[in-house]
Every structure is written in structure tokens, then in C-alpha cells.
Design a protein around this ligand. Structure first.
Ligand code: SF4
Length: 219
């Protein structure tokens, strides 16, 4: 595919995704960057719906890291025990809160390197915080973004870093955060892991997976 053809092809996909999912934002509920950080940590192996249920009560008492330190590990565990891996997550949230208070005056840093130095914060979480809480261009690659972008043929990357690099190359910078949310929506609703609903997919004409797997008409 020539550069201009590739650009056109990506723009068509972005346009269709924008039409279908105009609200490109996280379904996690939060009011402060710290609350978003906690919600994203809790969301590992837990649905956003369940996280929102947990945080609706937790965030009445916790808006910043100092509130977590005041709460203490025992109460924190009690409050988040509806989340998977809550023992591990409570340790991570507690340690992150301590570091934020000691090193960053209780403020969530706005750069990837410092975010990734916090316990439980990997590259994907850091990118979600940058793009969603601070509007800093960053493209977070999770399981949905990975699967959908590979099926579409936007990347052949073998790991999340390669996929992120490929997507950042073809998607305009100002759309990095919104494409993350839109691909997640599409992955949850249509391009599901076990059985993608290709016949109902608005992207099928542009999709490598669909083109390669659709049955040829019988003559
Ligand atoms: S056509 Fe199928 S595989 Fe391609 S993006 Fe749509 S649902 Fe996913």
C-alpha cells in the first residue's frame, strides 16, 4: 500500500469509528487524576462496572493520596475487596500513595517515566492517565486495542510496544487518546475476542481479517 493510500485507509477507519462511537471517553468514573489512577489500577481483571461500584463509595473518602494513607491498608482492603487481586492492588495503591506524598507533593506526575515508577503502573496505565486525565497525547494499548488493530491490519506488532508504535505512526497525534477509547468500545461490542460480529461491523470493508476469512461466494 502506498503512503497516501494507507493514510486514506486509516482516515476512513477513524471517521467510521468517530461516527459510531462519538463519546470517546473512559467508562471509569473519577473526579481527580489520582482517582483515575486508582480506578485504572483496580480495573485489571475487573470490569469497569464493578470498579465504578467499588469507587462510588471509596471516592467519597478518597480524592488524593493523603486520604489513602489516612484510611490505612486494612480499611482500604475492605473497601476494594470486590475487585480481583484486591490484596495485591491494595498494596500497590498504598505504596503509590506513599510515594506520591513523599516525592511529588501528593500530585500525580504528568510524564510517563515518573508515572511508570509508581507501583502497579505500567506503560498502558501511564498512557491512560496522560491521555485521559491530562489530555497529553498518548496511545494506551490494552487487549481490545491490540486485537482490533491487528485484525484491521493497522499493525502486525507482536507486543504492545510494537503495536503502540505502529498505531502512533498512522494515527494523527491529537487522536491518540480517542482512538484508544473507540477501539475498546468496538472490541467490547462488535470485534469480540472469541467471535467477532463481522457481518454487523461497519469496518468490514476495510478489515484485513474479514477480507481474509470471509467465505467466497459459491459459483
Ligand atoms: S470486520 Fe470483524 S474482525 Fe474486522 S473489525 Fe469488524 S468485527 Fe473485527
Amino acid at each position: 500500500m502506498r503512503v497516501n493510500d494507507k493514510e486514506l485507509y486509516v482516515n476512513e477507519i477513524l471517521g467510521l469509528l468517530e461516527q459510531e462511537y462519538p463519546q470517546a471517553r473512559t467508562t471509569l468514573l473519577y473526579k481527580t487524576p489520582f482517582q483515575l489512577l486508582v480506578a485504572v489500577v483496580l480495573s485489571a481483571q475487573t470490569t469497569d462496572k464493578q470498579v465504578n461500584k467499588i469507587t462510588s463509595s471509596l471516592f467519597e473518602e478518597v480524592s488524593g493520596p493523603d486520604d489513602v494513607l489516612s484510611l490505612g491498608i486494612t480499611l482500604l482492603k475492605e473497601k476494594i475487596k470486590g475487585a480481583g487481586l484486591y490484596h495485591q492492588k491494595s498494596q500497590q495503591i498504598m505504596e503509590t500513595s506513599r510515594l506520591l506524598c513523599e516525592k511529588y507533593d501528593g500530585v500525580v506526575p504528568q510524564n510517563r517515566k515518573e508515572l511508570m515508577s509508581l507501583p502497579g503502573v505500567g506503560r498502558k496505565t501511564a498512557n491512560v492517565i496522560l491521555g485521559t486525565a491530562f489530555d497529553i497525547p498518548a496511545l494506551a494499548v490494552d487487549t481490545h486495542v491490540s486485537r482490533v488493530s491487528r485484525r484491521l491490519g493497522l499493525t502486525a506488532g507482536k507486543n504492545v510496544l510494537e503495536i503502540e508504535k505502529d498505531l502512533c505512526r498512522v494515527v494523527p497525534t491529537q487522536k491518540w487518546s480517542s482512538i484508544h477509547h473507540r477501539l475498546i468500545n468496538h472490541g467490547r461490542q462488535i470485534c469480540q475476542a472469541r467471535k467477532p460480529f463481522c457481518e454487523h461491523c461497519l469496518l468490514k470493508l476495510y478489515c484485513k481479517y474479514y477480507t481474509e476469512n470471509k467465505e467466497l461466494p459459491k459459483i
